[in-house]
Design a protein around this ligand. Structure first.
Ligand code: Z5A
Length: 208
């Protein structure tokens, strides 16, 4: 039996993470790989409640420290109740965003101290890290345009372009620093093309 793997999908707004999850699910299913699909922030009842609070822009302004701690509070629940049990059972886990998003949004976007994020990462995750991360990358204007087609914008989506630019640069710098784990997918291409890039990355990973 193949050992359990933890795969994450990352990228800015509207780059197609949610759209491509079903495709990855079908790829893994065709290989008879047992899979748990999940997302962050969220993935458990409590973590989904935290997500609601984080995305709601109608409430009091959230301090950036609060935002960072809420991301990791949700993550701690998610790891304990969903991710770890799944990996321990031998299931693969496919997660829509994980800690790279914290480095990109809170670290890059909000300029928060990276060593604090790293400390929280070690505290909450111990040695848990993704085995593979697909970084869907596109210019921010394109992603925003796609996201806006869906209608009302949440608290993050209402940020200014400069914020998203810093998020994108932070993601690209993670990919540059960790090329073995983080694979960049050109998300400006048609959906068919994006999916064939994803297949090319996943195939050796599945069969290794
Ligand atoms: N956040 C954070 O700050 N720190 C953290 O640690 C974590 C998260 C974990 C919620 O995440 C927010 O939380 C997020 C970061 C923050 N900020 N925001 N915004 P989320 O993942 O739920 O939110 P999201 O990034 O906004 O997801 P999204 O907008 O749903 O994007 P997506 O899933 O990547 O895109 P999509 O819904 O799959 O696609 C968007 C549209 O484009 C859709 O109509 C598709 O049909 C279309 N599409 C997709 N691909 C293509 C291609 N290739 N061609 C043409 N059209 C396409």
């Amino acid at each position: 039996m193949m050992s359990a793997r933890f795969i994450t999908l990352e990228g800015g707004e509207g780059v197609g993470k949610t759209t491509n999850i079903a495709y990855i699910q079908s790829l893994l299913k065709s290989e008879n790989i047992p899979l748990v699909l999940t997302r962050e922030p969220g993935g458990t009842a409590l973590a989904e409640n935290i997500r609601q609070l984080l995305l709601d822009k109608e409430q009091e302004a959230i301090a950036e420290q609060t935002e960072l701690l809420m991301m990791f509070a949700a993550r701690a629940q998610h790891i304990k109740h969903v991710i770890k049990p799944a990996l321990d059972r031998g299931d693969w886990v496919l997660c829509d965003r994980f800690t790279d998003a914290t480095y990109a949004y809170q670290g890059g976007g909000r300029n928060m101290d990276l060593s604090t994020i790293q400390w929280l990462e070690n505290f909450v995750q111990a040695d848990l890290r993704p085995d593979l991360t697909l970084l869907l990358d596109a210019p921010i204007e394109l992603g925003m345009q796609r996201a806006q087609q869906r209608g009302k914008l949440d608290r993050f989506e209402s940020e200014k372009m400069a914020f998203f630019d810093k998020v994108r640069q932070a993601y690209l710098s993670i990919a540059e620093q960790q090329p073995k784990r983080v694979k960049i997918v050109d998300a400006t291409q048609s959906l068919d093309n994006v999916q064939s890039q994803i297949k090319q990355i996943l195939s050796p990973f599945i069969h290794e």
